[in-house]
Design a protein around this ligand. Structure first.
Ligand code: SF4
Length: 686
């Protein structure tokens, strides 16, 4: 008799966190099936979620630990691999070790990696891919509101009276949140879309602001000047719930931000800027929704502050249908940040430099020789700079579920950095580009083969359930790290019998998760943090009564507009920006091993405006050479009128035309996010 099971889980791709069932036949995952239990997606899925089962049984899965011996990767036992890792890591000083955690594994496994880095490696040089997507959100919103997370819930978006999307291609990157934007529009909301590309998300727009990439602060400051000049600001909200309003006016009321000047900088019609400002201020409840179009700039934190400022100015916070809503990228990037997989904080953003927090974790963990000192570590982008600029300072890196050789800016620079490492461990489900540099490769299970929790973009903590065993000798990430920790002499600190015991430890140490348990999270409508007591129903909307800043006030943090670090010039006349597409995910390790998804979009391309293409003499479908000051590559041209003249775009999923060979690693000075969204390029006919 066929053994058919339906096992509930959440999607391994974007931060929306859609729920569905994995269909398991005779112990093997063979499909997905809808599950209506979660209000996030109400049984619906986008193509990535629907076909997320296809990579699970790929013959490319890593199945055995391997050690590089005389240049060749040789299969070994778990005992030999973990002993080898422990012996090598022990050779280095704490300051020479660093680690990358992962937004694709569970909260519990991020916590275990955080504990391993700080307690075993004794280093704060710990980071993960949030550095590349939303570190400006975490830093920016923490300053403005006291919390660096999405303020409202996904379901709440459909309650909005005005949807203002800036720098987010929601329909392709977070399709089931895009559904909520459409629902709001169907309920009568105004719909404003601001982006250099006319993407699918533009479809329902009442107003399309096709502005130049990298001019967000100018646009938002200009809108705020219009709002103040017309008396549309929410005076009572500003008076009672904010501070720094005079600082804001000192910046945004400058002549530089008159609508005429902003129109010149952004390339927009002044009337459209005025209309957008009117709708944002006067609709009653405006939801500002953004993604990496806002964050991935050298002024990423300023951009985020500008988003917060306009919502503070118009009183669009702490109420239904409003808020500042950053859409996080990876499925568990919110959770990885919450779990302290960052160089500056323990779980719940408790700072490593705060003596009380440091003592709290040192006391709780009971490492006989203490934990990493109370000082900030390096961000992943700074790790790469240190490796190239100061060889020998960092020597060993432990990587769990990250692929910096394809995801990080200026790949040649990343390669140079990795060449300067003496010892590299990679723990993953597939052989990635980064594995080329690994001394040890450890095979992990994938999302379908483990229990655990993840936290989606709206701070909702959700359960994963194990549907099948992983192939070969694969193992859960927390068990692998615990084995290495034991080999390094710290078995007692990693002696959990079950992953739920790790969650209990997280809840004990993390105020936002304090009232949660596996039992409570087993219910369909799982909990939004903060959830501080077992009776607390969770918090779908933040900042209702007061902000999470020390004095409870929202803070206006204005800034002047600054252009991108590299702007087009006579030699490189085009502005290059990068992103993703509907059918693929990040570096393609999973989606490119899904036959259905990969057959829909089998390779990369460069989008170029039809007028620019005509000037260069390029036709649609021709191979062209895309060149920046970093490198060049050959790629198929997609000639279109949907992208703003002067702008080019490439998705970064494809190793055969890797967009990040061309991007540069100029960083935001505060959060160290790279400027993926703007650099100078030229395109040549071949
Ligand atoms: Fe998965 Fe995101 Fe698609 Fe939902 S919207 S199915 S979470 S990729």
């Amino acid at each position: 008799m066929t053994d058919l099971k339906f096992v509930p889980t959440t999607c391994p791709y974007c931060g929306t966190g859609c729920s569905f069932n994995l269909v398991v036949k005779d112990g093997k995952v063979v499909g997905t099936a809808p599950a209506q239990r979660s209000p996030v997606n109400e049984g619906k899925l986008c193509p990535k979620g629907m076909y997320s089962f296809e990579f699970i049984n790929s013959p490319d899965r890593l199945t055995q630990p391997m050690i590089r011996k005389n240049g060749e990767l040789v299969p070994v036992s778990w005992d030999e691999a973990t002993t080898y890792i422990a012996e090598n890591l022990k050779k280095y000083k704490p300051s020479e070790r660093c680690a990358l955690s992962s937004a694709r594994v569970s909260n519990e496994e991020n916590y275990v990696m955080m504990k391993f880095a700080r307690g075993v490696l004794k280093t704060n040089h710990l980071d993960h891919c949030a550095r590349l997507c939303h570190s400006s959100t975490v830093a920016g919103l923490a300053g403005s509101f006291g919390s660096g997370a999405m303020t409202n819930s996904i379901t709440d978006i459909s309650e909005s009276k005005c949807i203002f999307i800036i720098g987010s291609n929601t329909f392709e990157q977070h399709p089931l949140i895009g559904r909520r934007e459409v629902m709001a529009k169907q309920n009568g909301a105004k719909y404003i879309y601001a982006d250099p590309r006319r993407t699918h998300t533009c479809g329902p727009a009442d107003l399309f602001l096709q502005f130049h990439s990298g001019t967000d602060v100018s646009l938002l400051n200009g809108m705020m000047q219009i709002i103040i000049k017309n008396g549309w600001e929410d005076k009572e909200f500003i008076e009672k719930r904010t501070k720094g309003y005079e600082d804001l006016k000192n910046i945004v009321m400058k002549d530089e931000y008159s609508v005429e000047n902003v129109a010149k900088v952004t390339g927009l019609d002044p009337k459209d800027i005025e209309t957008a400002a009117d709708w944002i201020a006067n609709s009653g409840a405006t939801a500002l929704i953004y993604s990496m179009g806002i964050t991935q700039h050298t002024v990423g934190v300023d951009n985020v502050h500008a988003c917060a400022n306009i919502q503070l100015l118009t009183g669009n916070l702490g109420k239904r249908g409003a808020g500042v809503n950053p859409l996080r990228g990876q499925n568990n990037v919110q959770g990885a940040c919450d779990m302290g997989a960052l160089p500056v904080s323990f779980t719940g953003y408790q700072k490593v430099t705060d003596p009380a927090s440091h003592k709290k974790f040192e006391d709780a963990w009971k490492f006989p020789d203490g934990i990493a000192p109370a000082e900030n570590g390096y961000e992943v982008t700074i790790m790469m700079n240190v490796l190239t600029d100061n060889p020998g300072e960092l020597k060993a890196m432990y990587i769990m579920g990250e692929n910096p050789l394809l995801s990080d800016p200026d790949i040649n620079h990343v390669k140079e950095a990795f060449e300067n490492l003496e010892f590299v461990v990679v723990q993953d489900i597939f052989y990635t580009e980064t594995c080329e540099y690994a001394d040890v490769i450890l095979p992990a299970v994938c999302f379908a083969e483990r229990d655990g929790t993840q936290t989606n973009t709206e701070r909702r903590v959700q359960r994963w359930h194990k549907a099948a065993d992983g192939p070969g000798e694969t193992m859960e990430d927390w068990k692998i790290i615990s084995m290495v920790a034991a080999k390094m002499g710290y078995a007692d600190q990693f002696a959990w019998n079950d992953i739920s015991e790790i969650f209990d430890e997280v809840a004990e140490l993390t105020p936002q998760y304090h009232g949660m348990s596996y039992e409570r999270l087993s219910h369909a409508d799982a909990l939004h943090w903060p959830c501080k007591t077992p009776e607390d129903p969770g918090t779908p909307i933040l900042h209702k009564e007061k902000f999470l800043t020390p004095d409870g006030l929202g803070v206006f943090l204005p800034a002047d507009w600054q252009p991108p670090a590299e702007v087009p010039d006579a030699e490189y006349p085009l502005q290059f920006t990068t992103g993703r597409c509907l059918f693929h995910w990040h570096t393609g390790t999973m989606t490119r091993r899904s036959a259905t998804l990969d057959s829909e979009v089998p390779t990369g391309w460069i989008e170029i405006n039809a007028e620019d293409a005509k000037e260069i003499g390029i036709r649609d479908g021709e191979m062209v050479r895309a060149i920046t000051r970093r490198d060049s590559l050959t790629v198929t041209a997609r000639v279109t009128s949907t992208i703003k003249k002067g702008t080019t775009f490439m998705p970064f999923h494809f190793i055969e035309c890797p967009a990040n060979l061309l991007t540069h690693n100029a960083l935001d000075p505060v959060c160290k996010i790279p400027e993926f969204k703007a650099c100078a390029m030229k395109v040549e006919k071949i």
